[in-house]
Design a protein around this ligand. Structure first.
Ligand SMILES: [Fe+2]
Ligand SMILES: [Fe+2]
Length: 475
């Protein structure tokens, strides 16, 4: 009994959400209390058997926002489905919007289990027949599966088109089974309503993302181009860092793809991982072309200046409402590693400072993509200083860097396995080898190209602003 009470106490919000969902569906049909309670018990059992296990994993256990967003979409889904079925009809794909949002903002697994939950509860509450239940279930599952292939906004419309055709087949089957006349108006609605829903889903997505800072891959991808003001600033103020970030992005994307992590998240987060370096760019090696300012500084002070890019980066990311997981990558890409260069410099100068004085404040990488970026960052830095790179030397360097970080126990909380690390090492070697085939060191021309590109787009933006000011003046 105590166990049950503890379980209820620990999961009070989940019980409340299921209850709220039930109320949303049942009202104003709440006539039979015992039926209602039976339904609520069944709904809670399904919730804890199917959905809750999918929430006990990253990124849910990193940010409470993931829970709140999931609860909100689920409740909104019930509310919307009730209205759609009442006002338009059962075959109008009532769960298209919530399932599409879930698959875009979370993952296909959670969208699938929620589809099953929606179908069972909806059929129970509205006493649907077997065909009605089969329709709701397969329609939602199809939405989830098609949604997992969405990479561009346009793909949402494509998914809607398939769902519409599928609904039509079910509707025709229903007509045939019940021997009723086909209703032209109803048929048109069944065909067109998913398209309308796809437009609504695409329309609300940016608002949800801005409010929750939980991003879909579609919008993560959009963040990683030079139109983003933070990246534009980085490319102008710290072109070397921008170039380094692009290299890290290439490495991280390939590695994430290989081990089945989120390659788009890895790529985009890599672009922003050193965003804080745009504050004092000339203290960072990739932006130092002439005199090294650290030559005249105390190593401890150098460490504090370098470490500051993490703090500044987090501030900039928060101010610009970057995705939560990208905000996480900024401190996690250095974890609690020691800045060995300045530590050894301090030791050589006879200072008696411990290693911990030169340690980043962490935390260690908390998810696979953050771990991959830590590795890619270190590998890229090591690759930059390589002389005469051959396939064999690149392989050895990559393996040394990865095993070094692994032995420092920085990857302990990232979820990366030894098998993952082997695959990542292979992928890094491949990518670096193909990079080295075209260049040996950072080509100054490439950096110039980045500056020109950024200046061009900034110039174009200024031109547009000038033009719009002129337009205003010509009223
Ligand atoms: Fe960094
Ligand atoms: Fe970096």
């Amino acid at each position: 009994m105590k166990k049950i009470i503890d379980f209820i106490r620990q999961n009070l919000i989940d019980f409340a959400v299921v209850l709220a969902g039930f109320f949303l569906l049942k009202i104003p049909y709440l006539s039979n209390i015992s039926l209602f309670l039976n339904g609520y018990v069944v709904a809670s059992l399904i919730w804890f058997a199917l959905i809750r296990p999918k929430m006990d994993k990253r990124p849910f256990n990193l940010h409470r926002s993931y829970f709140y967003l999931f609860y909100s979409i689920t409740l909104f889904g019930f509310f919307l489905a009730k209205i759609i079925v009442r006002e338009i009809g059962l075959y109008a794909s009532p769960f298209f919007i919530p399932i599409t949002l879930l698959v875009l903002l979370f993952d296909v697994e959670i969208a699938i289990v929620t589809s099953i939950f929606f179908a069972i509860i909806f059929s129970l509450v509205f006493n649907l027949d077997a065909l009605g239940f089969a329709f709701i279930l397969t329609n939602s599952l199809l939405t989830a599966l098609l949604g997992s292939r969405i990479q561009k906004r346009m793909h949402v419309a494509r998914s809607a088109l398939f769902v519409a055709l599928f609904s039509m087949i079910f509707y025709l089957f229903h007509i045939e089974l019940h021997r009723v006349d086909i209703n032209l108006m109803e048929s048109l609605v069944i065909l067109f309503i998913p398209i309308v829903f796809s437009i609504v889903s695409i329309g609300v997505l940016p608002f949800i993302e801005y409010a929750s800072m939980i991003y879909s891959n579609v919008d993560l991808m959009e963040l990683s181009n030079l139109n983003n003001s933070l990246l534009k600033l980085l490319s102008l103020r710290a072109p070397g860092t921008y170039y380094h970030s692009s290299m890290v992005a290439n490495l991280a994307e390939a590695a994430a793809q290989r081990i089945g992590a989120n390659a788009i998240l890895a790529r985009t987060a890599a672009y922003f991982h050193d965003i804080g370096k745009s504050k004092r760019p000339y203290f960072y090696t990739e932006n130092i072309y002439e005199k090294n300012p650290h030559d005249e500084l105390n190593p401890k002070l150098s460490h504090l200046i370098i470490q500051d890019h993490v703090k500044s980066g987090i501030e900039m990311a928060k101010r610009n409402r970057l995705p939560l997981l990208i905000q996480d990558v900024i401190p996690q890409h250095h974890g609690t590693r020691v800045q060995k260069y300045f530590y050894h410099k301090s030791k050589d100068m006879g200072e008696e400072l411990s290693e911990n004085e030169f340690r980043y404040s962490g935390p260690k990488p908390q998810f696979k993509e953050a771990g991959i970026i830590m590795l890619a960052d270190a590998v890229e830095a090591a690759a930059r200083s390589m002389k005469n790179p051959t396939a064999g030397r690149i392989k050895t360097m990559v393996e040394e860097v990865i095993s070094g970080i692994y032995n420092e126990r920085e990857l302990d909380e990232s979820g990366l396995t030894l098998k993952d690390l082997e695959a990542i090492a292979e992928e890094f070697t491949k990518v670096l080898f193909s990079m080295f085939r075209s260049r040996i060191e950072y080509p100054k021309e490439e950096i110039k190209k980045v500056i020109n590109l950024a200046e061009d787009s900034l110039g174009q933006q200024n031109e547009n602003e000038d033009r719009s000011k002129k337009d205003q003046a010509s009223y």
